[in-house]
Design a protein around this ligand. Structure first.
Ligand code: F6P
Length: 318
């Protein structure tokens, strides 16, 4: 059997560990493994190369993706999807592992409709994919965000300042919620649970009345602009506020052990499923069990935010 692997959409720490697992499990089980470069864009351009055991040496600890990635406009059109499927058939490839987020799985579904056997592996720092507790890269991004908050807390304490920290996550608040809870933020603004700046200010006032000298407000990029929130807080509190936008810093860095483990297990499982003749599935983890859900279900359902965790964070931030 000839199988292939690509990474698509925003990169995430741990993608390399997943690629390594696909290549090495595939070769161990007697398959020929091919890497497709630059996501679906590279597929359309025929950038498909045979990989061997050493192609993935020394990458388990590296952030980013050695296969590179893209958000392909061309592949969103039916003509692009036809060409993509033709490229895979032309290379004599029987199966494809797609490592990415929801948009990548939508593309994968189109290839499946055109006869390509596919398995999806969730890789995104946003952790917004239905059917999995965790996606590859989330744990590393949470740790990066918390490390940043720790550092900001040092200077916030020294200057007795309010800091607003804007966290990535696209339209979802999973990353911001985790960073906010683990970083001990005073308020967490996420798109799923509305919280007005007025309420944030009221909490800040209560904190100051109790003797709090500094505060950290975590804002998910999908909820509001950190800069605007900072300006509004300056107005309502009548004091200076500093804003830090973490941005792409959260997408880089060496993956945590958790992400490497998750990526290794999912990459190997994706190969096993392809070799068993399965297709059209996206992997996930529930508790400690790797599961596989129909790709159509994964892209059509929305992952729910943990409201209990959010409410707990409010109690703990008092
Ligand atoms: O999906 C991952 C992510 O980092 C989001 O959190 C963010 O909104 C987006 O990608 C940024 O995309 P780009 O790298 O294209 O600016």
């Amino acid at each position: 059997m000839r199988i292939s692997v690509l990474t698509s959409g925003g990169d995430a720490p741990g993608m390399n560990a997943a690629i390594r697992a696909v290549v090495r499990r595939g070769i161990s089980r007697g398959a020929d493994v091919f890497g497709i470069y630059r996501g679906y864009d590279g597929l359309l351009d025929g950038e498909i190369n045979r990989m061997n055991l050493s192609s993935v040496a020394d990458i388990i600890h590296r952030g980013g993706t050695i296969l590179h990635t893209a958000r392909s406009e061309r592949f969103m059109r039916p003509e692009g999807q036809d060409l993509g499927a033709a490229r895979i058939r032309g290379a004599g490839i029987d199966g494809l592992v797609v490592i990415g987020g929801e948009g990548s799985f939508r593309g994968m579904i189109e290839l499946e409709k055109r006869g390509v056997r596919t398995i999806g592996v969730p890789g995104t720092i946003d952790n917004d994919i239905w059917g999995t507790d965790y996606s590859i890269g989330f744990d590393t991004a949470v740790n990066t965000g918390v490390e940043a908050v720790n550092r900001l807390r040092d200077t916030a304490t020294s200057h007795e300042r309010i800091f607003v920290v804007e966290v990535m996550g696209r339209k979802a608040g999973f990353l911001a919620l985790a960073v906010g809870v683990a970083g001990g933020a005073e308020s967490i603004m996420i798109p799923e649970i509305p919280l007005s700046v007025e309420e944030v200010c009221a909490r800040l006032e209560r904190g100051i009345a109790r003797g709090k000298k500094h505060s950290i407000i975590v804002v998910a990029e999908g909820a509001a602009s950190g800069l605007e929130v900072g300006q509004k807080i300056e107005k309502c509190m009548g004091t200076e506020v500093r804003v830090t936008v973490l941005g792409h810093v959260q997408r880089g860095g060496t993956p945590t052990a958790f992400d490497r483990l998750l990526a290794s297990r999912m990459g190997a499982k994706a190969v096993d499923l392809l070799l068993e003749g399965k297709s059209g599935l996206v992997l996930g983890i529930h508790g400690d069990t790797i599961v596989a859900n129909p790709a159509e279900e994964v892209v059509s359902k929305q992952k729910e935010i943990d409201r209990e965790l959010y409410e707990m964070a409010e109690d703990l931030a008092r």
